[in-house]
Design a binder for this molecule. Sequence first.
Ligand code: SF4
Length: 323
Amino acid sequence: MARLVLNADEIAGEIKKRNAKKVLLQAPAGLKRKIVKIIPKLEKDTKAKIFFAANSCFGACDIPLGEIETARPDLILHIGHAKMLNRKNVVYFPLSYEFTSAEKKRILGVLLKKLKKVGLKRVSGVASIQYIGLLKWLAKESKKHGLNIVVKKGKSGIAGHVLGCETSAASSNTKKIVFVGDGIFHALGIVKNEGKDVLALNPLSCSAQWLGLENLYEMQKKHNALLLKAQQAERFGIVISSKPGQYNESLALEAKKILEDNGKKAIIIVADDITEQALIDFSLDCYVIIACPRLADDLPNWKVPAISFEELLLLFGNDRKTT
Ligand code: SF4
């Protein structure tokens, strides 16, 4: 069965290389229980004091500033994501899935079958960081079956690597795109940004599904109902994420000005984790969320009306262009 490789010796090596005496570990939810198991070994091998951040960690943009300020570690190890931010003493430690040969062949079989069905011989290939190795292998093996998977570097500098909010590696002149990863979060982001169909190949379930603009239209219908509510709202909360890779104060101030110019009332709210529960107590008519761009996809499912900055511009931006 595929397994995420968490190599305690490599992590200990990283700590020793930097001669760190106090280390703050940070990881996304799904990894926390695995990391807990290696902490005694890290402490024994490195003699460093190890602290583990409990706060949520949704992406590489999310560095635990509060814990850093309080605990003052000399090394912060962000485990599970590839490097995104340049921060003093913060080291990213991405992880990869390992597959047996039989598993890899099965995954390749699913991919070839899906693409053969639509007669494609050339596609772009991208993956989330944990599957970059598998993507490379698929690209190499596919050639033997007459399929060309184009893998190019995007902004992260790693060939084929995409984030939920950064999909430039998927931009190319191919008609369709293959995304290798679990879940459809990244794949939908690519559909949105590239306007092309994406085959979401999930190596863990060994399955694949096509996602396209029709999936986005479904989501858009829910957004339209929300826009009507937002248009009639009088009191707004502009919610700005305090996560270092998401914090955008100037956009929040701009949103406030746009609303006030349109005769609305607006206050700015700062939050680490932006959830509907955190906003209910403010009891405002509508919220404008300035945070991870992909959070916008969830907003129609919230109990409180909330829109993105782009939607605010559509409603009240007048002559200002959407970004
Ligand atoms: S902004 Fe959102 S999609 Fe981008 S890295 Fe952060 S959590 Fe992931």
